[in-house]
Design a protein around this ligand. Structure first.
Ligand code: SF4
Length: 479
């Protein structure tokens, strides 16, 4: 156990400061300042090392949280990263991007604030990289088997690292020009700077994983060709089809999907030139959707110099839900609050967009919105509450409906569920033998921690398929 009296003497959460808003919106660097080691030790010391650590069950990876809390409190950073890496390939990603269901499950949260598990996690891995403790773990011998992983987001990378370390020759295919999938172009740098991806990819290359960026499976290489070249294939293409808002005016210029907007911005931040980039500079921006992607758009629009930013969501006001100090789960009924929301702009709750209004040039000029109410179990616009909100740029951030189907349907034997995800059995295998699926393409839109957990699990099933047995871990089963 960490400090036996820690939770009695330190009852409040302490997190690193966020950079001042007027300073941080001038750049895209990460919002949080570097943490203080004394504070970190104090917070890790609050962990009670529960006999039944509910934080384990809250984490799909089964992270050994009390163990690395204890090691952090004792100042054993090397031991802490060893225990953290035992269950999580990429704590630098989850420590920055995961909404931390472990903290929602923390037993300490019953009568005081939860342990700052996520902050302890990211501090352990950052110290490990800074200290040179993250070393390549190449396999002792090769199996002679080959695996293609299609998609280089968290699920694909986790599967690739596990399979490479098991001795298989693994190639990761990515249609974009850089490896990383959603991590690379979907997440703004103010949440995670991209050197964290590059550091991990360097380790994976040293271990033997091969990366093929700029190759689109189905176009540059057919699915059947891929199948011929490799002994097994893992589909980890994510859930990339955005949920549409099919209302009048949807085709007006200036009404765009959030992810298209974010990708362009993230490319520019990476140093690319994007012809005809959509930017929020000098515009009244409305973001539809109260989740993480919506918050990413808000933060990006502020940094691009938007004239105003308004966020619309179906969710309830925070005051309708649990109080701020209560860590138990509130998502999805309560509007999420992130660092981007404290940077400015306004939020409209329980707001439904019923129409986009355009000017004489076919550009959006406003949204017609209404409050909503429940009628026969469905939320519908409430009559008499309609009003207009001016807008030059509207970003639709209403989630994703599943993976893209076209090439997979035409060229492979995989099938799709009624919800649009790739069909798989209880071993992550699709209807085409030797072809597996992991992450959002099989589960549907979910959290990064689930994607990494699925990547680890599918690796075990592929290893078993290739060799007849496996010792790799399977933290989660397919849903
Ligand atoms: Fe520590 Fe909270 Fe996990 Fe208990 S539930 S072991 S207090 S992190």
């Amino acid at each position: 156990m960490a400090d036996p009296k820690g939770f009695l003497t330190v009852t409040e959460r302490e997190l690193p400061a966020r950079r001042p808003v007027p300073v941080r919106i001038l750049d895209f660097k990460e919002v949080y300042e570097k943490g203080d080691s004394a504070v970190l030790k104090r917070q890790a010391g609050r962990c009670m090392d529960c006999g039944v650590p509910f934080c384990h069950q809250g984490c799909p990876l089964g992270n050994l949280i009390p163990e690395w809390n204890d090691l952090t409190w004792r100042g054993d950073g090397r031991g802490a990263i060893e225990r953290l890496h035992a269950t999580n390939n990429f704590p630098e990603f989850t420590g920055r991007l995961c909404p931390a269901p472990c903290e929602s499950a923390c037993v300490l949260g019953i009568n005081q604030s939860a342990v700052t598990i996520k902050q302890v996690e990211v501090s352990i891995i950052d110290q490990a990289f800074d200290s040179g403790w993250v070393e390549a773990q190449p396999p002792e011998r090769l199996t002679g088997k080959t695996v293609a992983v299609v998609g280089s987001g968290p699920a694909g990378l986790a599967a690739a690292q596990q399979l490479t370390r098991a001795g298989h020759t693994v190639a990761v295919y990515e249609r974009d020009d850089r490896i990383g999938g959603l991590l690379r172009y979907g997440i703004p740098d103010f949440k995670m700077e991209k050197q964290h991806i590059d550091l991990r990819l360097a380790q994976m290359r040293e271990e033997g994983t091969r990366f093929r960026a700029g190759v689109s499976i189905g176009t540059d290489i057919t699915w059947s060709e891929l199948r011929r070249r490799y002994d097994a294939v893992v589909i980890a293409t994510g859930s990339t089809v955005p949920r549409e808002l099919p209302i009048p005016g949807r085709d007006l210029e200036g009404v765009e999907f959030a992810m298209d907007y974010l990708v362009q911005s993230n490319r520019v931040v990476a140093g690319d030139t994007v012809e005809g980039q959509t930017t929020a500079e000098g515009k009244h921006v409305v973001v539809i959707g109260g989740g993480d992607t919506g918050a990413d758009c808000i933060g990006t629009a502020h940094r691009q110099g938007a004239k105003s930013v308004t966020n619309l969501a179906i969710g309830k006001r925070p005051s309708d839900g649990r109080p701020d100090h209560q860590p138990w789960p509130t998502f999805p009924t309560v509007f999420e609050v992130s660092s981007a929301h404290e940077e400015g702009g306004s939020r409209e709750y329980l707001a439904s967009t019923v129409e986009f209004l355009g000017d004489e040039n076919g550009r959006v000029r406003a949204l017609r919105v209404a409050e909503t109410e429940f009628v026969n179990g469905s939320r519908v616009p409430k009559s008499g509450t309609e009003r207009e909100i001016p807008a030059d740029l509207v970003l639709i951030a209403m989630g994703f409906t599943g993976p893209e189907h076209a090439e997979l349907s035409a060229q492979s034997g995989v099938q799709f569920t009624d919800r649009g995800n790739v069909v798989r059995d209880d071993r992550f295998e699709t209807d085409e033998p030797g072809v597996f699926v992991a992450g959002d393409a099989g589960r549907g839109q979910s959290l990064i921690v689930w994607a990494i957990a699925e990547g680890r699990s599918v690796a075990a099933r592929v290893d078993e398929y290739l060799l007849g047995e496996t010792v790799l871990p399977t933290p989660v089963a397919p849903t």
